[in-house]
Design a protein around this ligand. Sequence first.
Ligand SMILES: *[C@@H]1O[C@H](CO)[C@@H](O)[C@H](O)[C@H]1NC(C)=O
Ligand SMILES: *[C@@H]1O[C@H](CO)[C@@H](O)[C@H](O)[C@H]1NC(C)=O
Ligand SMILES: *[C@@H]1O[C@H](CO)[C@@H](O)[C@H](O)[C@H]1NC(C)=O
Ligand SMILES: *[C@@H]1O[C@H](CO)[C@@H](O)[C@H](O)[C@H]1NC(C)=O
Ligand SMILES: *[C@@H]1O[C@H](CO)[C@@H](O)[C@H](O)[C@H]1NC(C)=O
Ligand SMILES: *[C@@H]1O[C@H](CO)[C@@H](O)[C@H](O)[C@H]1NC(C)=O
Ligand SMILES: *[C@@H]1O[C@H](CO)[C@@H](O)[C@H](O)[C@H]1NC(C)=O
Ligand SMILES: *[C@@H]1O[C@H](CO)[C@@H](O)[C@H](O)[C@H]1NC(C)=O
Ligand SMILES: *[C@@H]1O[C@H](CO)[C@@H](O)[C@H](O)[C@H]1NC(C)=O
Ligand SMILES: [Cu+2]
Length: 775
Amino acid sequence: MLSYYLSAALGLATVVSAAGARTSTRERIERQLEGTCGIFEPAPTVRAPRKNVWAQMSAEDNVAVWNLLHDPETGLNLTDPAEATLTDNYVFWIDTLPVNKTDVLPYLKSCSHPPPPKYARAVIFAGGKDDPDSQEYMIGPLPVGPETRVEKLDYIFNGGDGGRVPYNARYFDGKRSAATDPLLASIMANISDITEDLIGGSYFGSDNENTTLWVSSPTPVSYDGTQAFRNIMFRYPGPATYLTPLDFFVLLNCTGTDPSHYRLRGFVTASRLFTSVAELREAYEAGELSNEIKQTRNTDWAMLDYKPELGQRDLESKLAPQSLEIGGKRYRVDEKERYVEYMGWSFYVAYTRTLGVTYHDIKYKGERILYELSLQEAAAQYAGFQPKAANTVYHDTYYGLGTYMGTLVEGFDCPFGSTIWNLTYHEGNRSITNADSFCIYESDSGYPMSRHRYEDSTDYGFSHLGTIKGTALTTRTIATIGNYDYMFDYIFHVDGSIEIVVRASGYLQSSFFYPDQGRFGPRIQQGTQGSLHDHILTYKADFDIIDTANSLEVSELVLVNQSQPWFPELGLFEQMELSKSTMDKEQQFNWMPNNRAMYCIVNPNATNAWGEKRGYRIVPGKSNIHLTLNDSPFSRKQTPFTKTHLALTRQRDTEPFANSWANVNLPWKPQQDFLKFFDGDDVVEEDVVLWFNLGMHHFTRAEDVPVTLYTEAVSSIVFAPQSFNDRAQDGDILNRRWITYNSETDALEYDDYGVELGQCTVKLTEPVLGINRNG
Ligand SMILES: *[C@@H]1O[C@H](CO)[C@@H](O)[C@H](O)[C@H]1NC(C)=O
Ligand SMILES: *[C@@H]1O[C@H](CO)[C@@H](O)[C@H](O)[C@H]1NC(C)=O
Ligand SMILES: *[C@@H]1O[C@H](CO)[C@@H](O)[C@H](O)[C@H]1NC(C)=O
Ligand SMILES: *[C@@H]1O[C@H](CO)[C@@H](O)[C@H](O)[C@H]1NC(C)=O
Ligand SMILES: *[C@@H]1O[C@H](CO)[C@@H](O)[C@H](O)[C@H]1NC(C)=O
Ligand SMILES: *[C@@H]1O[C@H](CO)[C@@H](O)[C@H](O)[C@H]1NC(C)=O
Ligand SMILES: *[C@@H]1O[C@H](CO)[C@@H](O)[C@H](O)[C@H]1NC(C)=O
Ligand SMILES: *[C@@H]1O[C@H](CO)[C@@H](O)[C@H](O)[C@H]1NC(C)=O
Ligand SMILES: *[C@@H]1O[C@H](CO)[C@@H](O)[C@H](O)[C@H]1NC(C)=O
Ligand SMILES: [Cu+2]
């Protein structure tokens, strides 16, 4: 029996079937105020003290920039991308150019100082030039007016060729894949009898109705921009295609803009290379290629829905615990300026299509800690004895990491009642809103921030007991970049520490199962092997502890032999002590074995009440790793930022990014060379930037099916005050209990400092997901 009802009370049309499945209408209805706890009340507002100068440029500015670029007077000779071919010039994307810190600091100091000028950056694919390439431009000041200029954007790239990328290394967009498709289709059509037999499918072209295989090709597509390759792996199509790879690869040489010069380099199957159709057919006909193991087209096992065959756990049909802000929201926002205040913290949020969400002017109790905190790159490199795994290095900014930050499901991805914002990026002359893709919430840390029981021999066991609520504000996005769902958390703790956490879920990029290749990962399904790989997520932390004159102090634990006169019987005995030094040159460096060294960014001229330098400690967290590979041809010179745990540089307006989004295809001749940042600049009492890596060596496992689990695929770091204050920042928290034993009354006295526990009712409703909009 099927019964339906419309849940009018919840204000949204929810259809519930007997099976428990719900469908929500596409109509967006504002969340209802439910319950008496203030959980669903909007966060109180505040006016940001300054304009958010880091903010994404507006949709209007984007259209104006688009029109200016296409204005014949600008002289770029552009074709509408929808009409363009490889040999035309067209805009790839437009994004916001970072503002120079040099221009921002005076404005932050005094609002009578004008805010810095705003600029756009635009990538133009110039296939129409004699020497075809891609070139970035800067367009500003904005809004577009008589002063606005379109100039080459070269100063943020240090590889020697500025914002230029040779055609062969430029982004492999739809037009480039389409240009290689006829060759691929003709080759694969010729051998469809073989592929049907070996891998159970055939390919006649990307939109041919008889095609039953999906193609996938990795980056890099070039080594140095002189040639271009497309290494194609085939997979079964479908929602779980990443888990149904096949043992068949086609390698193409697709150098240049003239598809008539594209050539087959070879086929790979059964771990053998065949450089022509004839060679492949000969081996096939000799019966050398039969494959015992078959990939499956049924992918129910790879979907993330409930699996009754796993059974049901005791009591699991009850609603799980929830994190709810039952006292009402305790943070303020200025949604327009994207500014947040929480328990002494304040910060601005910005967003770009390339990097996603970034954080600016992070202050604690009115003093600046960080000028900028931002993800720079999400890299991954794979391993395997086959072309796809061996060849794959991903830099996710290449794909526009920010554009993949998608809808968050309230109550599951973020707690019920979270503040949820949209993120909007620009695509052509339109702006696209990723609805409900950034959330902010305060939650119970799950442990008290601090506590002590003052032990006593009373019946209660103490004279006093103090315990302080632990809470933190989290901001979160989840970017589904192809297969993976990276979750990016920035957690502001009330004690003045900041935690940065990244997790990975989503599909593995897996390989066909080769029984003799367990060294590249375990078998995880009938025909699937989990390919070994590393994830490295590079971040930038531009610390400004109070002001820009900062140093990195290293306090190393060293062993010394010493004697102490009151232990004459010991003679020389072992002790540990701190050996302090200041890092005096820009460098890449690693966590010391056993975390023997404490790294602190300090302001040497700012001391606390005890005369100690005020600073923040860089505290290692979970899985602090760097890239395993050191000299792979696919990551040789364009991925150096992944190769150590940490790096310290002097802040430069010309060095805003660790990587360039187009670098991945230039492993031998990078457009942006992070190593060049280390050119001997003094970093003592200077404006310093700390670059750090989070990541995972992904030791794949059967539990990566259907998707990787966030519990284990996690990496983190903490920035904690280190003598920044005169005492722990827990004294001013009212959410605490100070329990005193009164010996006269023989009773306990609870001091609640006026924070009432109160009571409320909560009614949770099914989340309504926002609809992404093109504007
Ligand atoms: C403008 O670009 C087209 C290709 O889209 C090319 O054929 C033409 O020669 C270019 N014109 C000039 C003046 O460069
Ligand atoms: C930032 O500073 C660099 C170096 O001084 C300068 O070339 C560039 O034009 C500035 N960019 C902006 C957006 O003002
Ligand atoms: C298939 O490939 C073989 C070997 O290269 C060639 O002789 C033959 O003409 C091709 N057939 C078709 C239909 O393209
Ligand atoms: C698909 O295959 C069928 C059966 O062989 C054939 O009739 C049809 O023309 C093919 N379609 C295309 C687009 O090649
Ligand atoms: C790829 O093709 C280009 C010309 O189209 C040629 O110069 C180059 O040698 C080829 N590379 C390989 C590895 O075959
Ligand atoms: C964007 O470009 C398209 C195609 O050129 C045009 O039809 C549309 O009006 C433009 N939109 C805006 C907002 O200018
Ligand atoms: C301390 O003395 C012992 C015994 O002489 C020696 O083995 C050890 O290396 C010394 N340790 C240090 C840190 O000097
Ligand atoms: C910091 O203090 C030292 C010693 O008093 C002084 O020489 C130096 O100029 C100060 N640096 C800054 C950036 O104020
Ligand atoms: C967020 O996006 C949704 C479209 O899904 C739109 O209805 C809503 O007004 C947007 N919110 C804001 C604050 O712009
Ligand atoms: Cu992984």
